[in-house]
Design a protein around this ligand. Structure first.
Ligand code: 4NP
Length: 195
């Protein structure tokens, strides 16, 4: 084959290389824009991390409820969830928990478990735990909490539920009860931070 058969027509080469370099430039600009957006978001947008033991039941439920509610209200708050163990690292939410969420209109099937990191304290404005055991574990990881970021999620609820632990449905089997309490706590948290 001659060179033009081998490499395509002159016009193809011109347009192709133009498209290619343009795409590369566009890509780079997008990457810069994206990292700038992330930096600005970290500075300007508040953020919350939901924490539980395994990160497959309570904290993904809390995140799922939270993201649905802020979407409805039109608020922008960064959110994530994490576990205090690596037992389920990379796993989707536990099937019965996921199904209970679905029955209440919350789809959490895209969430994946991860273990909490040292940097999470810096990267989030609130770290909301499910029970006293979680709080104790968090105090081991972050021996001081100068910004008072670490709270039990139910502490935002007014009245008698204020100090209650969110029962671990992995052990109790009552997914409905845990979801209902988490839903109340998330509502109360949102009311408090936007009052
Ligand atoms: P979670 O529940 O902390 O609400 O995700 C648990 C899930 C799994 C286990 C414990 C708690 N586990 O022992 O595997």
């Amino acid at each position: 084959p001659n060179s033009s058969e081998r490499n395509g027509s002159f016009w193809f080469q011109i347009t192709h290389s133009y498209t290619f370099s343009y795409a590369q430039k566009f890509d780079k600009t997008q990457t810069y824009a994206y990292s700038l957006r992330l930096t600005l978001e970290k500075l300007l947008v508040k953020s919350v991390l939901f924490v539980c033991l395994g990160n497959i039941c309570r904290s993904p439920t809390a995140e799922g409820i939270f993201r649905s509610k802020i979407k409805t209200k039109g608020f922008k708050i960064r959110h994530d969830s994490a576990g205090l163990t690596n037992w389920h690292e990379g796993h989707p939410p536990y099937e019965p928990m996921k199904n209970t969420c679905e029955q209440h209109g919350y789809n959490i099937s895209d969430l994946r478990a991860r273990i909490i990191k040292k940097e999470d304290y810096r990267d989030f404005d609130w770290i909301l735990a499910m029970d006293d055991q979680n709080i104790d574990e968090l105090k081991n990881i972050y021996p001081s909490d100068p910004e008072n970021k670490i709270r039990k999620i139910t502490s935002f609820i007014d009245g008698s539920l204020n100090r209650i632990n969110v029962p671990d449905p992995y052990y109790t089997g009552d997914y409905e009860a845990s979801l209902n309490l988490i839903e109340q706590a998330v509502e109360a948290f949102l009311n408090q931070i936007f009052e």
